[in-house]
Design a protein around this ligand. Structure first.
Ligand code: AMP
Length: 489
């Protein structure tokens, strides 16, 4: 019998509300928002444009300005103050800023402003859509969130953003693209698919953005990114503007990223590259694997109905822990790569609305997601690399709000992370448990740790003195986010 292959995906996401209240819904920036101004900023590379101090200085058109105000933005965050003028000046950029500090608007606003100034308008009368901007991100939920931000800022303009990602009906996706597409947001697989089907042409492309750029260029996605920039019609890097954003950049990825950028690109570092958000209180508990479940219940007793994300290492474990918590009468949902897209979106929605205040997740939810009221992150299983840890705990403590992250450290399993955790904790002015310090310094096989944690290693004269030593990090081959590599996209 002929192999029928996987069933056809028919899921069509629910229609979005056109109500302004829903489009511009936002949460308040927190008590530490103004402290962003004290973070050290380093821009390296030749001739960087001057930073702006206010949104007025960004010289956005009236509609964009209005949309910025309706979003509740009063003043720009550091990555916006520096990133907006760099992008507006037409420069390529590799930007690093801590989780939750406004990177999305830092690239969306200047791109939309330039599209508006060029008089770009969506046309539904073309069988081939030629977007001026492409934004790529590693997970479906994150690209959808970026799309929602683009839709919000472009509201009331003629610029039309569209989102494409796996797990939803291809026919529906193509129809959406053909309604007109100026800013195409996508996960790599679906993006390449839609380009390959001849529905999207690249000859008008001016802006290419990789969000979570280190993830987009690590072993898992690098081939797709090379395929994208090598696609027929894709302007060369000299002919387009390329913008890379993340909170973490292992050094080898930085070197590789330069292949995608013009030689005179600028490097913007807000704070320490790869540093954790200092608005997150980090607690590390020594546990063994048999006591983790009881510890989790104990933690959840203290969090009550606060929204809490619980990270685990595998999809099986996610199902297992979610079921366990439900049995213990904790309203819990889960998200991982084996769940259908409909279920993933439902889970996120139940979590956002508070119907299920606990979300058990694999690394698929570690990066970028910006969910209101997430007060706690629990690392039930620690990830196998430190950058992943920084992203996970960054689901809380966003936009100047405070948050708390509790991590279960099992010396049997997590010893290789001890030194880099000590470094990240102390870098974010967190208390380092003495047992962790002892484990870190007695641990074998994690060479090159610099206990002062303040020495800079430079691989590029542009970045002289601005990079922390990466010696305590894991090699890029391990930056793919843990045990469930196929969990992405
Ligand atoms: P991001 O790091 O881009 O995910 O942004 C984190 C959160 O901060 C999002 O909810 C943004 O809407 C919000 N945000 C970004 N920039 C500003 C700003 N300048 N003022 C107030 N909120 C902001």
């Amino acid at each position: 019998m002929e192999n029928a292959g996987p069933p056809k995906v028919t899921y069509v996401p629910p229609a979005l509300s056109e109500e302004e209240d829903s489009i511009f819904a936002h949460y308040e920036s927190g008590i530490n928002f103004d402290k962003y101004d004290n973070i050290l900023v380093d821009v390296s590379g030749s001739n960087p444009p001057k930073a702006i101090m206010t949104f007025q200085e960004a010289a956005l058109c009236d509609t964009l300005n209005r949309n910025v105000s309706k979003s509740g933005y009063v003043k720009p965050t550091p990555v916006q103050k520096h990133g907006i003028p760099i992008i507006a000046a037409g420069r390529d950029l590799m930007a690093c800023a801590q989780t939750g500090s406004g990177k999305t608007a830092a690239f969306l606003l200047p791109i939309l402003q330039k599209l508006m100034a060029d008089g770009v308008a969506a046309s539904q009368f073309s069988e081939l859509q030629e977007p001026e901007a492409i934004i790529v991100a590693p997970t479906r939920e994150l690209i959808n969130q970026i799309y929602m931000e683009a839709r919000k800022f472009a509201h009331g303009t003629c610029v039309r953003p569209v989102v494409v990602y796996g797990g939803i009906s291809t026919g529906y996706t193509i129809r959406e693209v053909l309604k007109g597409c100026n800013v195409l947001c996508g996960t790599p697989g679906r993006l390449l698919d839609i380009i390959g089907r001849g529905k999207v042409g690249l000859s008008k492309l001016k802006y290419l953005v990789l969000d979570e750029a280190d993830r987009m260029l690590d072993m898992g996605f690098e081939p797709d990114m090379r395929k994208l920039v090598g696609s027929p019609g894709m302007p060369s890097k000299e002919q387009r503007q390329t913008l890379l954003f993340s909170a973490t950049y292992p050094e080898d990825i930085q070197r590789l990223a330069a292949d995608f950028l013009k030689t005179d690109y600028l490097f913007l570092a807000v704070g320490v590259v790869g540093g954790a958000c200092s608005d997150v209180e980090q607690v590390v508990l020594q546990v063994d694997k048999f006591s983790k479940r009881q510890q989790l219940l104990d933690v959840l007793k203290t969090t009550g109905t606060d929204r809490t994300m619980v990270f685990v290492e595998t999809k099986r474990q996610a199902d297992f822990i979610a079921t366990f918590l439900c049995q213990e009468k904790v309203s819990t949902t889960s998200i991982h790569g084996d769940r259908e897209q409909r279920e993933r979106e439902q889970a996120l929605s139940d979590f956002r609305t508070g119907k299920c205040p606990v979300l058990v997740a694999t690394s698929v939810a570690a990066r970028g997601l910006d969910i209101d009221h997430v007060q706690h992150v629990v690392n039930f299983d620690l990830p196998n690399n430190i950058d992943e840890y920084v992203h996970r705990i960054g689901r809380t403590g966003r936009c100047g709000n405070t948050g708390r992250a509790v991590s279960f450290f099992d010396p049997q399993n997590d010893i290789q992370l001890a030194r880099s955790m000590v470094k990240v904790l102390s870098g974010a002015q967190q208390e380092v448990p003495s047992w962790l310090e002892e484990l870190a310094f007695s641990a074998h096989g994690t060479s090159g740790f610099n206990p002062r944690g303040s020495t800079f290693a430079s691989t590029d004269s542009r970045k002289g003195g601005s990079f922390p030593s990466e010696a305590s990090r894991q090699p890029a081959a391990q930056t793919t986010g843990g045990g469930d590599d196929d969990d992405w996209e």
